[in-house]
Design a protein around this ligand. Sequence first.
Ligand SMILES: Nc1nc2c(ncn2[C@@H]2O[C@H](COP(=O)(O)OP(=O)(O)OP(=O)(O)O)[C@@H](O)[C@H]2O)c(=O)[nH]1
Ligand SMILES: [Mg+2]
Length: 325
Amino acid sequence: MLGLKPRDDGAAEVGVIETTTDKKEYKHPQYQNFVLVDCPGVGTPKWPKETYLKSLNLQNCDFVIIISGSRFKENDAWLATETMKAKKKFYFVRSKIDQDIHSESENGLKSSEVVTKVENYCKQELSKLEFKNADVFIISSRFKLREQFHLKRLINTLLTDIPTLKRDALILSISLTIEPVLYEKKTILLERICKIASTAARRIFSKTNGLRILHAEIEFYQEQLGVNEERLIGFARQIDMTIDAFKKQIDLRSSIILNDPLQFREFCLRNTLSRKDIHENDHRSTLEKFFSRKNFNRFCYALYDLLMMCFEEALRILKLISTKY
Ligand SMILES: Nc1nc2c(ncn2[C@@H]2O[C@H](COP(=O)(O)OP(=O)(O)OP(=O)(O)O)[C@@H](O)[C@H]2O)c(=O)[nH]1
Ligand SMILES: [Mg+2]
C-alpha cells in the first residue's frame, strides 16, 4: 500500500524468522498523515493475548487488517471479534497466494482455480471459528504481483468503509495503479482544478509564476496516476520493454508537453476547449461558474485537459500490463 519494495527506505521489515516484535508505524512517503501500523501477531512472546489490545491501542486505528500466510487460527478470530467490539472494521487477508499457485501448478491447477480453492478453504476455516460468511481477500505481496488477485477489491472495500473525511487522504495515498483507484483519483484531482487555476490566475501580471503552479500540479497528476518517469520505468521493466518502446506504445503525450517549456506555455495559454468538450459529469457547474475570467478559463482548460491526458495514459498502461500477464 505504500508502494515500496522491502529494501526501500521506509518499508516494513520482512523476514523468514519472527521479524516484527514491536509495533512500528510506517508513514506514507508522500502523505505523512496516512500511517500504517505493523504489529506482531497475537500470542507472540512479547505480545501475548492478555495485553495485546492494550498494546495495539485499537481506539487510535481506523481499521485492522489481519494477514495470514497460511490458515486463520483462533487468535485471528479473537482479534477480529475484539475489533468488532471496538466498532472498527477488520479485514481478513490471506497472503502468499503466489506460493500456492506455484505448488499447485504441478498438479495442473490454473491460478484462478488455486485462488478460489484457497479462498473457499479460508472461508470454511473462519466459519468454524464462528465467522460465517467472512470475506477473505487473497493477495500476493510480491512486488510484481501486488496489483493482481484481490488487492483491488480490498482497496475498494476500504474506500467504501472509511469515514468520508479520511477517504480523500486514503485514495491519494494509494500508490497502486488499479482502475477503481484511478477513477477515484481523477474525481479528487478534478475537484482541485478551480482552486489551483484560481491561485495561478491571480498571478496575472506574472504568467511565469502562474505557469509554475500549473506545472507543479500536473506533475502531481502524473505522480498520482502513475505516469511519472519513475513509475513508467518500473512498468516498462515489469513487462520487459525498453522505456522508449513502452512510451511509444502508450502514446505518452503529457510528459512531452510538460518537459518542453515552450510547448507547455502554449498549451496552458491556448483556449481551444469548448464547453461541450467538458464531460457532463465532471463538475461542470463548478467550472462554469468561473468561465468568464480569461486566464482562469485558460488554466482550468489546461489543467482539465492535461488531467484527462494523464488519466487516459494511465488507463492505457493498465490495459497493456494486463494483456501481458
Ligand atoms: N512468495 C511470497 N512471499 C511472501 C509474501 N508475503 C510475505 N512473504 C515472505 O514471507 C516472509 C515473512 O514475511 P513478513 O512480512 O516478515 O511476515 P510477518 O507476518 O510480518 O512476520 P512477523 O513480522 O515475524 O510477524 C518473508 O520472507 C517475506 O518475503 C507473499 O505474498 N508471497
Ligand atoms: Mg512483520
